[in-house]
Design a protein around this ligand. Structure first.
Ligand code: F6P
Length: 357
């Protein structure tokens, strides 16, 4: 008998259900009996012992359903060692609940922060297998995370819709795409949607370069310009500041987000009419795209194999289209950034896309 605990932590994304379904289908394909314990709302469920027993029926019909049947929440890693408001030791509580239920392992689906805690639990002696989810595609050790391609579809749709209205009105439009630390989503949706200017956190921008790019388009006869701007896009000026100065600057920041700042600066320095569109959490919502359904199912299937073979302490990821296992200690605490020297950036520039640098 294998007793498997499962939880989804951090910001949700498409295909979490597909991945869990994959694990359950895969482990059910073995002769050994299996019990599945689903912890509710991420690590919170494991800390406070909120769980329910699940059967294969709970995983039926969820391949195409967005969100997570277990619920999710953020439990910041930086405070995981601090007691909660009632003095509870969170790490100890998670271990006790694991041992009380006599679990053989935990399957943890999450992004960057989630992996740090998963690795901590591994160091504390628990058996853990993780699956890489996030629309940001910023997890180290895997070429792709599930949720990413679905989010690219949605952000691209938003840019496509903006294209027609931008052209009708001859306006400059900014579409703000999710991603505070990395620009994978903005880069891919921007290229797929034919954005003229793409701003990502890894390539600090200069407002004059942006205006020059817009003017160059106008001179060539294009009356509108589309910018795909990541939530975490940063100007060269701000990038040159210390982290402390950047934090201080945000205390009196007059804009809802960087896109509005860029819009304001373009408007003030030029005569262009600028509008901002923020698709926000729609990018994480709805049904997973076919790629993510297949990808998450493959990851879940291989995770099930690892569990049944008693191989723990790994994230299941993908490299060169093959599913791989990566030691958790190699993943935790590292981000996968877009390198400004990456070939995709060079190719985008050759297509005439400006990065405002
Ligand atoms: O990490 C995924 C993500 O969607 C980021 O792209 C975004 O910046 C953030 O989560 C939003 O977080 P929240 O849902 O907590 O507002």
């Amino acid at each position: 008998m294998k007793r498997i605990g499962m939880l989804t932590s951090g910001g949700d994304c498409q295909a979490l259900n597909a991945a869990m379904r994959g694990v359950v289908k895969s482990v059910s394909n073995h002769d050994e009996d299996v019990e599945i314990y689903g912890f509710e709302d991420g690590y919170k469920g494991l800390i406070y012992g909120n769980f329910r027993m699940l059967t294969s029926k709970d995983f039926s019909g969820i391949l195409t359903v967005g969100g997570t049947i277990l619920g999710s929440s953020r439990t910041p890693f930086k405070t995981i060692r601090e007691p909660d408001e009632n003095g509870l030791d969170k790490v100890e509580a998670m271990k006790q609940n694991y041992y009380k239920l006599k679990l053989d392992c935990l399957v943890i689906l999450g992004g960057n922060g989630t992996h740090k805690t998963a690795n901590l639990l591994r160091e504390e002696g628990l058996n853990v297998v993780t699956l890489p989810k996030t629309i940001d595609n910023d997890l180290y050790g895997t070429d792709m995370t599930f949720g990413f391609q679905s989010a690219v579809d949605i952000a691209t749709d938003a840019i496509d819709c903006i294209h027609t209205t931008a052209a009708s009105h001859g306006r400059v439009f900014i579409v703000e795409v999710m991603g505070h630390k990395v620009g994978w989503l903005t880069l891919n949706a921007g290229m797929a949607g034919g954005a003229d200017i793409i701003l990502i956190p890894e390539i600090p921008y200069d407002i004059d370069s942006i205006i020059n790019a817009i003017e160059a388009r106008h001179k060539r006869g294009s009356k509108f310009t589309i910018l795909a701007v990541a939530e975490g896009a940063i100007s060269k000026e701000v990038a040159a500041m210390s982290k402390k100065e950047q934090k201080k600057r945000l205390e009196n920041y007059p804009y809802p987000s960087v896109s509005y700042e860029v819009a304001d600066q373009i408007q003030k320095k030029s005569n262009y009419e600028v509008r901002v569109t923020v698709p926000g959490h729609t990018q994480r919502g709805g049904s997973p795209c076919p790629y993510d359904r297949v990808f998450a199912s493959r990851l879940g299937s291989e995770a099930g194999e690892l569990i049944m073979n008693g191989e723990y302490g790994f994230m299941v990821g993908i490299k060169n289209r093959e599913i791989i296992k990566v030691p958790l200690e190699d993943v935790a605490g590292k981000l996968k950034y877009v390198s400004p020297d990456a070939s995709i950036i060079h190719e985008a520039k050759m297509l005439g896309i400006s990065f405002g640098d």
